[in-house]
Every structure is written in C-alpha cells, then in structure tokens.
Design a protein around this ligand. Structure first.
Ligand SMILES: C[S@@+](CC[C@H](N)C(=O)[O-])C[C@H]1O[C@@H](n2cnc3c(N)ncnc32)[C@H](O)[C@@H]1O
Length: 427
C-alpha cells in the first residue's frame, strides 16, 4: 500500500467511526415538532434580517437554493420551514439523522426539501450549485476538514455565501481535557458508559475549566450533548488564525462573524483599557485573534464567508462615506432594551441576548434612543433622522452627526444589520 492509499483508508475509518457515532447518538437530539420555530419565522422582518446578515449589499430574495451540509436531525427542515420559497437540500452521513429529517419533512408536508444520505466530501455528486451553504458543527468532525470545505466551495454559486461554524479551542479547553481523560480510560459511548461519565462529572472540582460549561450551558446537562462533546471520535478546534488559514486555503474570503461584538476590541470592557488604541491599529484579523485570546471564552466560531474571487465586488455596510445615510437598518431579533439600573446619562441599555459576555451592552442616551425606536426595517437612516427631527428632537445637522456614530455602534454590537443594496436605500 502506498502512502496515499494509507491516507484514504485512514480517512475512511474516521468517517465510518463518526457515522457510527451519529447513528447511535444523533445530534442535536431529535425533536417531535417545530411549530414554534415555524411561527417565529412568519415574521418578515426576521427573514429580511437573516438575508441581509448574509448579503448586506443585495436586494432581498426569498427564492434561494440552500444546501444544509451535515444537516443532523432537524436543521434542513428548519431552513425549509422558515423559507417556503427556497429550495433546500439536506445531506448527512448518518442514516439516523436522515431518518429524523425525513420524518419531519413528511410531518410538515415540505415540498421544498430534498434529503440525501451523502458525505460532504462527495457533494459534487448532486450536480447542483447553491446560493447559500450552511455547514455548522460538521467540518471539525471530518477526517480532512479542508477537503470537505473545498468540496462545498465547488458547489457554491459565484454570488453565494456560506455560513460555517467550527469549534474554538480556548473556551473549550475543559472539553479537550475531559476528552483526553476519557481516551486514557478507554471510555466508550454505550448508554451505561455515558451515564457513568455523567455521574463521575458530578465530582468535578468546581474550579475545573469544564465545570463552568457544565454549570452555564444547559446543553451540557443532557446525556446526548455530553456524549457529543466528550466522546466524539473526531473533533478538532480552530483558533482565529487557523480558521482563516482553513477557509482561505479553500478559495473563500471572510465576510463577517455572525455575531461580531465578541471579536471587536472597540466593544465591551476592552474598549476602556490602555491597550484599546494599540489593538485598533492592528489589521482586522489580528484584532480578532487578539480578542479571542483576551476573552478566552469563545466556544465556537460562527462566520459568513464568500468566494474569494468576487470579494472586491461585495459592499459591506460602511460609515466613513455618505453611503451610510442610504442604508436601511433592520433590528436583529435577539435584541432587547433595558431601562432600569442604567449607567449615568443613559436612557437605555441595548443587549443582544445571544451574546454570552456580560460586558457586551450598549448604553444609549435619550436622543439616540429616539433614533433606535424609529427603526422600522424599511426606512433608510436618512429617513429615520428626518422623521425624528420633525418630531422636534434636535436639529437635522446635530442628529446626523450623532446618528453616524450611533448606527456604526449598533452594527458593531449586533443590534442591527443593514440593507445596503442600491434598491434598499431608495426607500
Ligand atoms: C453536531 S451535528 C450538527 C448537525 C447540524 N449541522 C446542526 O448544526 O444542527 C454533526 C452532523 O454532521 C454529520 N457528519 C459528520 N461527518 C459528516 C460527513 N463527512 N458528511 C456529512 N455529514 C457528516 C453527522 O452525522 C451529524 O449529523
């Protein structure tokens, strides 16, 4: 056998072990119904926010071709339910995951969903191209993540986007310690072994790096989640620089973090430190790498990437040019405003509930709050300013300069996405 054959056989046996694991322990845990999920996505503003998170510079479309790669038990169904106008394809290596997906597909009479038992690495066999590829929680389980990502890149449409999620190492340090512990003891993933492991973890010292995760994340309380985290046959994690190497090696370019505030030095407590100015001078990817190290708690990276050949044609929202007045801000669904226990001068504190870090809140003063409250998902920033000024709050000139800084902060803090498409701004 030559070295290449060895490599292929090695990859095949890892893939087989991963498939066998997910056949026994499908993840996420199968669900009986998705009525609440479907209901939430009836909201048109939620759909538009999701679209413009991925394509800030394109006009809204509801007829996308979507691939959910490594769809697990319900993710492809969710995509088909939330966007009835989209054609969704789900693939997964595990027969059990496919069976659960098929069951939900029939339950909800989904004619816009196709499901195939197929490894990501062989996705080209579908002979299709996709506008959007969702691959979350999968690449880090592949024997060769780069080969899997390259295969996905080949079926991405030229104007397409990918939503990727891979594990991050520092926040999961405790997970990797216990994975190693289980390997040393030869712990398997039978029902009995998992129960024994769960009971053993009750004796974990409270200061162990895994203890925080066990205590804080409801996910880790479940046996199937525990098995997925600690007994998975293949699992690797990526630091920010390793992640950039991974996708750039596959012809992809960074678009944005799905939630960007946790990676930005101008957000949260780092912004007030003596290092803030120094961090700001670094190239953006160096800033992200530094903040990942500083926070130390990032568990997974959720990001949006584009084909690298057309990246220069993409227009991200910007605030250093008059373009910003024509952007249409759309509130992100997980955001709330609090009006009690406020810092001095604040009329409210804006929070994105999906942020896990307590320092990621955005105080706004009374006139800024009027601008926030005037966001309706269809008016441009210019129209919002005009509307607020007509209500007698400050003059137009003052409001404009205040608004530029406010809307940029709303963007950083994941409070709004922007429709920055040429038509979006026409109002
Ligand atoms: C942690 S689950 C994530 C499921 C789903 N993406 C989600 O976020 O809910 C990982 C899934 O990847 C699938 N998987 C692992 N290796 C795969 C491969 N080579 N090709 C396709 N699917 C794979 C597993 O069967 C499992 O369903």
């Amino acid at each position: 056998m030559d070295d290449r054959e060895n490599l292929t056989t090695g990859s095949d046996s890892v893939r087989a072990a991963v498939r066998a694991f997910y056949d026994l322990h499908p993840y996420p845990p199968p669900v009986e119904a998705l009525d609440g999920y479907r209901q939430r996505w009836q909201d048109d503003s939620r759909r538009r926010a999701d679209f413009h998170l991925h394509w800030p510079d394109r006009s809204y479309r509801a007829d996308l071709k979507v691939l959910v790669a490594g769809c697990g038990t319900s993710q492809a169904v969710k995509h088909a339910l939330r966007q009835p106008g989209c054609q969704v394809v789900g693939i997964d290596i595990s027969a059990t995951s496919i069976r659960h997906t098929e069951k939900l597909k029939h339950q909800y009479h989904l004619t816009n969903l196709e499901v195939y038992q197929l490894p990501v690495e062989r996705v080209s066999e579908l002979s299709r191209r996709f506008d959007k590829i969702v691959c979350t929680g999968v690449l880090h389980h592949l024997p060769d993540p780069q080969a899997g990502l390259r295969a996905l890149r080949e079926v991405l449409a030229p104007d397409g986007v990918m939503h990727l999620m891979v594990y991050a190492p520092y926040g999961r340090a405790g997970v990797y310690m216990l994975q190693e512990y289980c390997r040393r003891l030869g712990i398997g993933h039978s029902e009995e072994e998992i129960i024994n492991l769960a009971n053993t973890l009750l004796a974990l010292p409270p200061s162990h790096p895994l203890a925080r995760l066990l205590g804080e994340s409801p996910d880790f309380q479940r046996k199937d989640a525990l098995a997925d985290a600690l007994l998975n046959p293949q699992d690797r994690a990526y630091t920010v620089p390793q992640l950039f190497d991974l996708f750039e090696g596959c012809g992809l370019a960074f678009g944005r973090w799905v939630r960007q505030a946790p990676y930005l030095p101008q957000c949260g407590s780092l912004a007030g430190t003596p290092h803030a100015a120094r961090l700001a001078k670094l190239p953006l990817r160096e800033q992200y790498a530094a903040v990942e190290l500083f926070r130390g708690t990032i568990l997974r990276h959720n990001l949006i990437v584009y084909p690298d050949d057309l990246i220069n044609n993409r227009k991200l929202p910007r605030f250093d040019h008059d373009d910003w007045l024509a952007h249409v801000p759309i509130r992100v669904p997980e955001t709330i405003s609090l009006k009690n226990r406020l810092p001095p001068g604040a009329a409210a504190v804006l929070i994105n509930q999906a942020h896990g870090d307590a320092d990621l809140f955005l105080p706004v003063n009374a006139s800024e709050m009027r601008l926030v409250e005037a966001i309706d998902g269809v008016s441009t920033i210019d129209e919002i300013i005009y509307h607020v000024s007509r209500a007698g709050v400050g003059n137009l000139h003052q409001l404009r300069s205040q608004a530029r800084s406010l809307f940029e902060r709303l963007y950083w803090y994941d409070q709004t996405v922007f429709d920055a498409s040429p038509k979006g701004g026409a109002g």
